[in-house]
Design a protein around this ligand. Sequence first.
Ligand code: PHE
Length: 341
Amino acid sequence: MPSLQEQIQEYQLEINSFKPENAADLENFRIRFLGTKGIVKSLSAEMKNVPADQRKEAGQQLNAFKQLAEGKYSEFADLHADAAGKGPAIDISLPAAPLPLGTRHPLRIVENQIISIFEKIGFTVASGPEIEDDWHNFNSLNMPADHPARDMQDTFYVSQNPDWVLRTHTSSTQARILETQPLPVRVICPGRVYRNETISARAHCFFHQCEGLYVDKDVSFADLKQTLYYFVTELFGEGTKVRFRPSYFPFTEPSAEMDISCTVCGGSGCSLCKHTGWVEILGCGMVHPNMLRNFNIDPEVYTGFAFGLGVERITQIKFAVNDLRLYSQNDVRFLRQFQSL
Ligand code: PHE
């Protein structure tokens, strides 16, 4: 039987070379050396066999041995902490990884601006269906079946029902408003519209319009001009010039198209305004008496104005977007540019 000192020396070697891989290794070490039935305990029990004159020295050796075992254990105590999911591996005081933030679509940004400008002067927002019947998209708007103006817009028809179309303009919502709302009405109707066009940088089979309609007693062309002038000044800033050119729409008489002075070159000529100094932004006019009659409104008593603008067009002018296809490609590199708006 080796002496107490010999045993201690042997275990010291074991402890010195001990290197736990994981928490289980460390736990086995603790049980083997420091547990209630461990080596330190059993060596202490052997003290009684040590002759009295050597006991003091043996006691010191045993104490040093115990400290060695405890020191080794606490050197690797982190392994336990890691296994329990806490400790230095994770610093809970660090800020969380940021979540990527989505952005509003540029068309929605501009639509919201348009809406809030008109809301300030008493317009409310109305909407209508994208699948429309012939009456609301054409007929009631003074465009009977044989009317040549139907060719102004290339229409998608819905195969299930020959009377249904994908609305070609938001003017269909004007019709629905006059049909259902008591006068006076003052609404804007933003929404998506569809036309059978080949997709290119300058044309798309769907796009967005915002329609405006104001019908009351004594509404005049001067009201139309002043309302639209207010609108462009709010949207494009003081100093924006406007001009009205005579035009034709079946549902307005007289009709006009409105241009604004080019926001890029200020009127001196550039590629946006095709060197004319002016960019067209909307169609408008006084609601045609035939249209009012279609909704049992007496054109001798009530008059009104209407306008329709293209949201893509305005967005293109505001943000210098030169390809209509960008709006529906969902390319985040394009969309992220509007993050701060
Ligand atoms: N609906 C017309 C278009 O799509 C625009 C318009 C609306 C013109 C209202 C006059 C009045 O081209």
